[in-house]
Design a binder for this molecule. Structure first.
Ligand SMILES: Cc1ncc(C[n+]2csc(CCOP(=O)(O)OP(=O)(O)O)c2C)c(N)n1
Ligand SMILES: [Mg+2]
Length: 325
């Protein structure tokens, strides 16, 4: 693993950050226009986490995600048009319009699902690691989860299992300080999620989740360890969502405008762009070109999604698993 990404990787990180941001902003506008069916939890402000982690994952590595999972799906390689079409309930969505925001699946590229249930993705990733170890595939399982999941029993069970069997798993906690409107400082006596790794005798790393390079480096080392048979890692990414918990929800009473503004100053995309251009002013035109390309891709994706058909009602019972066959 390179300590510092080369230019091509840096531009790729920038492209992924923007793909997530522009897709989320598009979805927020589309939600207001009534095009999104069901809930829509955006990842705005947290893009550096999925971007920095998924940059190290192979196509056959698996990702298990949350209710706030659009960014994980996009970073793992699901195209914006398939994500947007899925939220619009269209046949061309990654789950053929049957799942929506919290059921984004694309198993052929290792996107093993977003989920509305807080916690189980931790166990599923441990299971993926167990499978990889048994089959000797050298694959890695990754769970993304919020601070709201770490006082859930699944956290203890998943980390303990991964530790005793030294499974190739990344446990990535996106600590955005709140679970809906409950502050993590209220819900947990210990402010550090990373420190809990000691209880399982695995490494626990805390990183600035708004710094894509910090996440990239921590994840790179965790993936290296996992593939080398050295076991799981817990990475706590300190970050912040700058939009409401879900689109259309009120966003007052539990956090201040000043707090939101202070985190907007630490916007992961703004910080990364400043870092790249300070290092080398000549990249401005490259970054501008990437922005224009991603904007066009996302706009086209939204048009494609809106033009796509809804699933045929007669197929409502297909793709459904039944024990009775
Ligand atoms: C098992 C379970 N309990 C409660 C809920 C209700 N719920 C939905 S989102 C949420 C907050 C999750 O917070 P966090 O894990 O920190 O993720 P964030 O929304 O901050 O990204 C809760 C409690 C749920 N979906 N599943
Ligand atoms: Mg949270």
């Amino acid at each position: 693993m390179n300590e510092f990404p080369d230019d091509e990787q840096l531009f790729s990180l920038y492209r992924t950050l923007l793909t997530i941001r522009y897709t989320e902003e598009q979805l927020a506008r589309s939600f207001l226009a009534g095009l999104v069916h069901g809930a829509c939890h955006t990842y705005v402000g947290e893009e550096a986490v999925a971007t920095g982690v998924c940059a190290h994952l192979r196509r056959d590595d698996s990702v298990f995600s949350t209710h706030r999972g659009h960014g994980h799906a996009l970073a793992k390689g699901v195209p914006p048009r398939e994500v947007i079409a899925e939220l619009f309930g269209r046949e061309t969505g990654c789950s053929r319009g049957r799942g929506g925001s919290m059921h984004l699946f694309s198993p052929e590229i290792g996107m093993m699902g977003t989920s509305g249930i807080v916690g189980p993705c931790i166990l599923q990733a441990a299971g993926a690691g167990f499978s990889a170890k048994l089959l000797g595939t050298n694959r890695v399982g990754t769970a993304f989860f919020g601070d709201g999941a770490v006082n859930n029993g699944a956290f203890h069970e998943g980390l303990n299992l991964a530790a005793i069997y030294q499974l190739p798993v990344l446990f990535v906690c996106e600590n955005n300080l709140y679970a809906t409107e409950i502050a993590f400082s209220y819900a947990s006596k210990n402010p550090s999620v990373a420190s809990r790794a000691q209880a399982y005798n695995m490494p626990g790393i805390e990183v600035d989740g708004n710094d894509v390079l910090a996440v990239y480096r921590a994840a790179g080392e965790a993936v290296r360890r996992a593939r080398a048979g050295e076991g799981p890692t817990l990475i706590e990414c300190k970050t912040y969502r700058t939009r409401a918990h879900a689109e259309g929800m009120r966003d007052a009473g539990y956090r201040t405008v000043e707090e939101i503004e202070s985190w907007k100053q630490r916007d992961p995309i703004k910080m990364f762009r400043e870092r790249l251009t300070t290092r080398n002013a000549a990249v401005v035109s490259v970054l501008d070109a990437i922005e224009a390309q991603v904007r066009a891709t996302v706009s086209e994706a939204a048009v494609f999604a809106e033009k796509s058909p809804y699933p045929d009602g007669n197929t409502a019972a297909t793709h459904i698993y039944s024990m009775e066959g």
